[in-house]
Design a binder for this molecule. Structure first.
Ligand SMILES: *[C@@H]1O[C@H](CO)[C@@H](O)[C@H](O)[C@H]1NC(C)=O
Ligand SMILES: *[C@@H]1O[C@H](CO)[C@@H](O)[C@H](O)[C@H]1NC(C)=O
Ligand SMILES: *[C@@H]1O[C@H](CO)[C@@H](O)[C@H](O)[C@H]1NC(C)=O
Ligand SMILES: *[C@@H]1O[C@H](CO)[C@@H](O)[C@H](O)[C@H]1NC(C)=O
Ligand SMILES: *[C@@H]1O[C@H](CO)[C@@H](O)[C@H](O)[C@H]1NC(C)=O
Length: 405
């Protein structure tokens, strides 16, 4: 049974990286328009202009030195990218995780060593909110794209592991501080991440990751895009709203931010500035238990199916009366409309859920507010809003996209 990836607050308190992640990549923006174009519909010309502008922005992105690759929404709960390791490379489908910072392979396809694979003699061991891996560290060549081939990248060879079903490992794009304590005997060592090495090797102009996810239309939907070294202007609309990486512990060890509040309709859910994290490796949107209770109580008949799916269940008769859930970032509203709060019923069985109930994406984090990590904006948030992880400016940005509503 597939379940949403859950992050355990205990693991967070212990400063352990978050469990498994996902990444999505967008592409083929023209495909949805080809029908109208072929029929000579009036919209076709406008669609073509839009596409050409997007294409130009995309190419401009390349010219500026950034690289965009596709990501796949796998099994509705995680985002993977196809990444090569070794020379010649073997390609692995690995989870894209902003909530951890080690990169490893071997949990599906075993690590294929080549002449570029250099053992460091270190053991590596990372425990996630769910699952773990341990094995040996290598330095190797990592191929993200033809123009983005990183050398001397730390790669874990996962020999023992748990909870990485269907994926080959993780590409960790979180902050470098999360790598401390993962090697043995070099327990104090920081391990440069793929982003760190890409910058140091002159492969990207700046240490910025742009993430575009979208609601999945199938079990393995290559609907996401990852831009290494900048943002891809064709993948969002309007301006990016930035907020600084938080100084509040423990969110400050991650891509942590303060939101400035959240509402459900007219009801206040998050009553001011609180810290939490933005995590591509977490499926759902989690909020502190007391805030979740406010949300649930605002939807007549809703209950928490904690013993089974870990999802909120919403009575069908309450859906027409549901309200937008709005997260404020730097005072700007990021609105999850009703549809954005609900699990499409056709996905229920894939999630191991009852076929005839309506489930939702907003869940309780497992601890009360006031602990310094009071929410997780996971994939279901980023499927509606473009996200930017900006290391040099120590900030996170969000923007509206064409799949916000
Ligand atoms: C990995 O770390 C966990 C938690 O610290 C520990 O229980 C386990 O023994 C370690 N495994 C290896 C192979 O070092
Ligand atoms: C390779 O990376 C390791 C750390 O991961 C570093 O200690 C070493 O200096 C690097 N070597 C080169 C040639 O950059
Ligand atoms: C998902 O689709 C991508 C792109 O077609 C492919 O590379 C990958 O192997 C697929 N993953 C699985 C688990 O089928
Ligand atoms: C961020 O939120 C925490 C509570 O989680 C609060 O103590 C802190 O003052 C906030 N920081 C800012 C800059 O608002
Ligand atoms: C969940 O299971 C526990 C232990 O079996 C039980 O006490 C509790 O009532 C159950 N909760 C729900 C909502 O079914």
């Amino acid at each position: 049974m597939l379940a949403p990836l859950l992050v355990l607050p205990l693991a967070l308190a212990a400063q352990l990286p978050l469990a498994g992640a996902a990444t999505t990549l967008p592409l083929s923006p023209v495909s949805g328009r080809s029908g109208a174009y072929l029929q000579g519909a009036p919209d076709a010309g406008r669609a073509r202009v839009v596409h050409m502008k997007e294409r130009a922005a995309h190419v401009a992105g390349y010219a500026a030195g950034s690289t965009t690759i596709p990501a796949s929404n796998l099994a509705y709960v995680q985002y993977t990218a196809s990444i090569g390791v070794g020379s010649p490379p073997t390609y692995y489908n690995i989870v894209v995780d902003t909530g951890s910072s080690n990169t490893f392979v071997g949990t599906g396809i075993p690590y294929v060593k080549t002449s570029s694979s250099i053992p460091t003699g270190q053991e590596v061991n990372v425990t996630y909110g769910s699952g773990f891996f341990s094995g040996y560290e290598y330095l190797d060549q990592v191929t993200i794209a033809p123009d983005l081939v990183i050398t001397n990248q730390s790669i874990g060879d996962a020999l023992e592991y748990a909870d990485f079903e269907g994926v080959d490992g993780i590409i960790g794009v979180g902050p470098i501080d999360l790598t401390v304590g993962t090697l043995y005997p070099a327990e104090d060592a920081e391990i440069p991440t793929v982003m760190d090495n890409a910058l140091a090797q002159g492969l990207i102009p700046t240490e910025v990751l742009g993430v575009s996810f979208a609601p999945a239309t199938g079990y393995n939907d290559t609907n996401g895009a990852l831009t290494f070294g900048g943002v891809d202007e064709s993948l969002y609309e309007g301006d990016i709203t930035y907020t600084p990486v938080t100084t509040t512990y423990p969110s400050n060890y991650y891509w942590g931010i303060n939101v400035t509040g959240a509402t459900y309709g007219e009801t206040t859910v998050i009553p001011g500035s609180y810290a939490g994290i933005v995590d591509t490796g977490t499926t759902l949107i989690y909020i502190a238990d007391d805030w979740y209770q406010t949300y649930q109580d605002s939807i007549p008949g809703a209950y928490y199916d904690g013993n089974n799916t870990g999802l909120i269940v919403i009575p069908f008769e309450s859906i027409p009366f549901m309200q937008p859930f709005t997260v404020y970032v730097s005072g700007e509203p990021f609105v999850l409309d009703v549809e954005a709060q609900l699990l499409p019923i056709w996905q229920n069985t894939a999630w191991g859920a009852e076929p005839n109930l309506q489930y939702g994406y907003i869940g309780p984090i497992g601890s009360p507010s006031g602990e310094g990590l009071d929410f997780i904006l996971g994939q279901k948030f980023m499927e509606r809003f473009y996200a930017v992880f900006d290391t040099p400016n120590s900030r996170v940005g969000f923007a509206y996209s064409d799949h916000t509503y």
